[in-house]
Design a protein around this ligand. Structure first.
Ligand code: JFZ
Length: 427
């Protein structure tokens, strides 16, 4: 039976996610995998109208192509992701150095990717898939075996449920609470990633900030350790544990709210058969460095095809990132590293700080013979400097408002050359 919604929450912000033990893993881990996979994946980016014309979209295809509900249901009935391989997906995440995975359990089309008991609009009851399989259970098991955390995306906005209207919203909400309880009871996610909380039409979205507070209280009653993103309410700082900039990496130090930037590797979240706009491994690695140097997390998306297969270019880009991170201890510039209080961000790369170590990742060299300048914000002395993965000498001299760093040789790493500085902050 569906759980009854509790009254309005008053203590929904249970603690400070900047310092809480509950969110420590999230602050340290820095890098996760997003997976957009649902009934839309079965169309692979293209819908043929009855008149023969073609409409293109990814996970928004049902709405943007105005596919009639019965037609969308018909196509979903043929969905058979028989090649979904949780172990291979977890292996891809592991190869990238990703520490958590967030799977779309239900996107805006309302289709549940687990055998929910709240309705039959789900992968077990409305598909051509093996009735004995549960891909979320498979993913949970595979992730757990590798020490990777599982998070679940859940869309509040629902294009399919007939009760998603202002007048019958309480009925929808009851089912939604029921589904969320199923997810938490069955898969024990470490994180919930909400979406679709915004004001919208077709269908009109009645969700309010108050609904968000109530939901957060409900979820933390089920699991006090759950990490929740800010799209649970209306993205106020008090909504959820962290902010969710999308397809961009903000500037600044990340003060005020933890954040996680989600991004695609090509141009779409869901699978689109001819989307070849692949970002390079080097670009993605620099994005990750940029993100961690501003106290953020990077959630990088894959979109499996209708059979559940991960596109090979995604797997390749992920491996390239992991190879870089594993090489010469360069991962220290990312995990547990954050905004450098003692220096300003330079224009030749990014600097992250972990305790009394600074990691200067260089990818825009100022030119032959020119030093890398670092502007100091507070006093500190430099005790040692080295290039990770190289024994070349690094000279550090006091200059102007900070320090000049001069490696003895040319840049060695085409993605980013990391220079480690050991410092002692002024007393
Ligand atoms: C949402 C979804 O609609 C989309 O399909 C995908 O799942 C993405 C991760 O999230 O899209 C958004 C959400 C927020 C903004 C833009 C698109 N935004 O804040 O600009």
């Amino acid at each position: 039976a569906a759980a009854a919604a509790p009254g309005p929450g008053t203590n929904y912000a249970t603690d400070d996610p900047f310092t809480s033990e509950r969110a420590a893993w999230f602050r340290d881990d820095r890098f996760g995998m997003f997976i957009h996979f649902g009934a839309y994946s079965n169309l692979e980016g293209e819908y043929k109208n009855p008149d023969g014309s073609v409409c293109r979209n990814a996970e928004w295809i049902m709405r943007e192509c105005r596919i009639p509900k019965d037609e969308y249901e018909k196509q979903a009935a043929t969905f058979n992701p028989q090649d979904f391989d949780a172990k291979a997906i977890v292996a891809a995440a592991k190869s990238a150095g990703q520490k958590y995975i967030v799977l779309t359990s239900k996107h805006h089309d309302g289709y549940a990717m687990w055998p929910t008991k709240q309705n039959s609009w789900n992968l077990r009851d409305h598909s051509s898939f093996d009735k004995n399989r549960d891909i979320i259970a498979e993913l949970k098991q595979a992730a757990e075996a590798e020490g990777i955390k599982l998070g679940l995306y859940y869309s509040i906005w629902d294009w399919h449920d007939p009760d998603f209207t202002s007048s019958s919203f309480p009925k929808y909400k009851e089912r939604m609470y029921g589904q969320l309880k199923e997810l938490i009871d069955n898969y024990d996610p470490a994180l919930m990633w909400f979406d679709g909380e915004w004001d919208a039409d077709r269908p009109t979205n009645p969700w309010t900030s108050r609904d968000g507070e109530e939901l957060q209280t409900y979820l933390h009653d089920l699991n006090p350790d759950l990490v929740i993103n800010n799209r649970v309410g209306k993205r106020r700082v008090t909504d959820g544990d962290y902010g969710t900039p999308e397809q961009e990496i903000p500037q600044g130090s990340g003060e005020g709210q933890l954040w996680e930037s989600c991004m695609t590797i090509n141009n779409n979240w869901g699978y689109v058969y001819d989307d070849n706009g692949w970002k390079s491994g080097a670009q993605l690695t620099r994005n990750l460095l940029h993100t961690s140097s501003r106290n953020g997390n990077y959630l990088l998306n894959i979109g499996p095809d209708k059979r559940g297969r991960v596109p090979a270019p995604s797997t390749a880009a992920l491996k390239e990132m992991g190879d870089w991170l594993r090489s010469s201890g360069q991962s220290a510039a990312v995990y547990k590293a954050g905004f450098p209080g003692v220096v300003s961000q330079p224009n030749w790369g990014v600097v992250s700080q972990s305790g009394n170590d600074l990691y200067a990742s260089v990818y825009q060299w100022p030119g032959a013979g020119k030093p890398l300048h670092l502007t100091a914000n507070t006093g500190f002395t430099v005790n040692g400097a080295s290039v990770l993965g190289s024994d070349q000498k690094v000279t550090v001299t006091k200059a102007g408002d900070g320090y000049d760093i001069t490696p003895a040789g040319d840049a060695t790493n085409p993605t980013a050359t990391v220079i480690k500085l050991s410092i002692t902050p002024a007393a």
